[in-house]
Design a protein around this ligand. Structure first.
Ligand code: F0G
Length: 353
């Protein structure tokens, strides 16, 4: 039997810029599957290979656990007593869980009424102090940055460099799993930490002998697409609430990543996001949260428009969060279950219908 997975801080320790004495605060995150997606490949025309990096299988159900194991480990090394973040939901749940693991207090600011139920449930279950603000994620981030400047409370949003150290490991895993770097890597973009982290990872992929890097394809929701339009959005809107962000903290770094990779960033409508979301669940059997499907939506849109040519290419789409994070989106617009009396006749009538 192979040695069991120790979590990514321990596994990649010598390649991460963390304090050498930082303990590994871990829930054994990382090491997520790269699932072939033949139906998506077929939808793109057939002569390419597509894989889904299913980050929803991390311990709290999203890719945030990669950055959080690193950020909380570093916070402990720095002597922090408490951590704080602003969040559209996943960062909050992740911070809350890793804070428990480290014995730290955790406070999370969320936009009131604009986070998916499974994320709120996580933050509450892990015992964080949940503060709902009458504002956007961007307002919350501004507030927690000021708190971190004035107090000893550690900020664990992706403006914290340790977060990117953890998240960049996903790029290395993808290369290890494919045996080389993909040609394209597609992902949703909100605060732009993840796209920046992937690029950091690919540029530091020293151990991998492929010698090449992917082109990055970032997708923003049309109502929250500041990087695409070049204009900050004061009132961002989208049903993909995880990426409802109008002023990304790592905006410039994302632009650099896209430019250096000769990639692209585009906006996708909520209709396109939900169409990709349903496609993944119903055709591939992979259930992600709506925002996670934005990368796939962006890929399909770019290929349909002739902006991206995928013939003979290997493409990885990052599915950032699990579908169960957002049960309301899953059942919205869906038909009610067929209700019957609990007897065989009634069941046979439904089966035969
Ligand atoms: N996908 C999901 C499921 C997310 O939760 C996020 C960000 C993103 C994509 C975008 O990643 O911000 O690094 O560009 N969620 C943050 C949060 C903002 O608070 O959970 P990004």
């Amino acid at each position: 039997m192979s040695k069991s997975w120790p979590g990514l801080v321990t596994h990649y320790r010598d390649r991460l810029r963390l304090s050498p004495h930082a303990p590994a605060i871990t829930l054994l995150e990382g090491n997520t599957p790269l699932i072939p997606a033949p139906k998506v490949a077929e939808r793109l025309g057939g002569d390419c290979e597509v894989f889904l990096k299913y980050e929803g299988l991390n311990p709290t159900g999203s890719f945030k656990d990669r950055g959080m194991t690193a950020a909380i480990s570093q916070a402990v090394a720095d002597g922090a007593r408490a951590v704080i973040c602003a969040s559209t939901g996943n960062t909050a749940a992740s911070a809350a869980a890793y804070a428990v693991r480290a014995g730290l207090e955790c406070m999370v600011l969320i936009p009131d009424g604009k986070i998916a139920l499974g994320k709120l449930a996580g933050a509450i279950a892990y015992g964080a102090k949940v503060i709902a603000i009458s504002g956007s994620f961007d307002d919350g981030l501004r507030m927690v940055r000021e708190v971190a400047d004035r107090t000893q409370i550690a900020l664990v949003n992706s403006v914290n460099p340790a977060r990117l150290e953890g998240q960049k490991t996903a790029a290395w895993e993808v290369c290890e799993q494919l045996g080389r770097s993909p040609d394209w890597l597609c992902l949703p973009v909100g605060n732009a930490g993840n796209i920046s982290a992937y690029w950091l990872g690919f540029t530091e992929c020293g151990d991998c002998s492929c010698g090449s890097k992917p082109q990055l394809l970032g997708a923003q929701a049309a109502g929250s697409a500041p990087i695409v339009t070049g204009i900050r959005v004061d009132n961002p809107e989208t049903r993909a609430t995880a990426i409802r962000i109008g002023n990304p903290a790592r905006w410039q770094q994302a632009l650099t990543a896209i430019e250096e990779s000769k990639g692209t960033i585009l906006s996708v409508t909520d209709e396109e996001i939900f169409s990709a979301y349903h496609f993944l669940a119903r055709k591939e059997g992979v259930f992600c949260e709506p925002s996670s499907a934005a990368g796939v939506a962006g890929l399909i849109k770019s290929v349909d428009a002739g902006r991206v040519v995928v013939k003979d290419k290997r493409i990885v789409c990052v599915l950032t969060g699990h579908g169960l994070k957002d049960p309301d989106s899953a059942v919205a617009d869906a038909p009610e279950p067929t209700r019957i009396e609990a007897n065989l006749d009634a069941l046979m009538r439904v089966i035969d219908a």
